[in-house]
Design a protein around this ligand. Structure first.
Ligand SMILES: Nc1ncnc2c1ncn2[C@@H]1O[C@H](COP(=O)(O)OP(=O)(O)OP(=O)(O)O)[C@@H](O)[C@H]1O
Ligand SMILES: [Mg+2]
Length: 243
């Protein structure tokens, strides 16, 4: 589904990603861990093709097509979607309009809005004045409408109350086809998380630890998360250097 080779990315003249390699197969969910400022969101922006994030080296392939320099809307059309960590407010565009732009029926829009408990927000401008938790639900709602083959999900549970984490987890399970048998799953995803809450609610196939622009460790997501909790990122770095 997604193959990233030696990806180097510069933002405002500063090198943030220093050679990232990543392979996400169809049907797989990966989790990305790492300290603040490590470059996790930057990696998502680079996959999505935001122009501020300049690729200086490396390649991104999506479904075997080289998308390294493809514009963002083309990537979205090919089937990549993103739920942002800090989404912007879109004044003048109502949440329900985005569903209609994606050719969804009124019924579908309502059903998904109900699942994410944002029915009351459908006729409001996207994210304008939404609370932190409402914004997260609105992002997942839009992702659900787009139904991309690869979902990039940036801290879906951050700032979300306990009950609504369940609501979001349930929606993500649907987006990532978690209730289908493994061999039948076609959708892939990468989830960024600090809290690990989401890991309790949906199983991920692989975890990666990104520190200072490099993936220094990959493996079982729960094991990596527990190591981070137990020992902290500094010990992870020491272990990486030893090996
Ligand atoms: N537009 C920008 N201008 C200047 N610096 C930027 C810009 N975007 C990102 N950076 C810098 O790049 C580094 C990586 O940022 P990024 O948002 O990718 O971190 P992150 O791993 O997602 O962190 P967090 O866990 O806090 O969300 C940070 O030091 C950040 O300040
Ligand atoms: Mg981030």
């Amino acid at each position: 589904m997604l193959l990233i080779e030696n990806l180097k990315v510069e933002v405002e003249g500063r090198q943030v990603l220093k050679g990232v390699n990543l392979h996400v197969k169809a049907g797989e969910t990966h989790v990305l861990f790492g300290p603040n400022g490590a470059g996790k969101s930057t990696l998502f922006f680079a996959i999505m093709g935001y122009s501020k994030y300049k690729i200086t080296d490396g390649k991104i392939y999506f479904k075997e097509k080289d998308i390294t320099y493809l514009p963002t809307h083309e990537r979205a059309k090919l089937g990549i979607g993103i739920a942002l960590q800090r989404p912007p407010a879109l004044k003048g565009i109502k949440l329900e309009q985005i569903g209609k732009l994606m050719n969804k029926t009124e019924e579908e829009i309502l059903e998904k809005a109900e699942a994410l408990r944002i029915k009351d927000m459908l006729n409001r401008d996207i994210n304008l004045g939404f609370s932190g938790g409402e914004m997260k639900r609105s992002e997942v709602f839009q992702l659900m409408l787009q139904d991309p083959d690869l979902s990039l999900i940036d801290e879906p549970e951050s700032g979300v109350d306990i009950t609504n984490i369940d609501v979001i987890a349930k929606a993500l399970r649907k987006i990532l086809q978690k209730d289908m048998p493994i061999l039948e799953r076609k959708k892939s995803g990468i989830i960024i998380t600090h809290t690990g809450f989401i890991l309790e609610k949906l199983t991920a196939d692989k975890g990666h630890l990104l520190i200072d622009g490099e993936i220094i460790c990959s493996g079982n997501p729960m094991e990596i998360f527990n190591e981070i909790k137990l020992k902290g990122y500094t010990e992870c770095l020491k272990c990486w250097k030893r090996n």
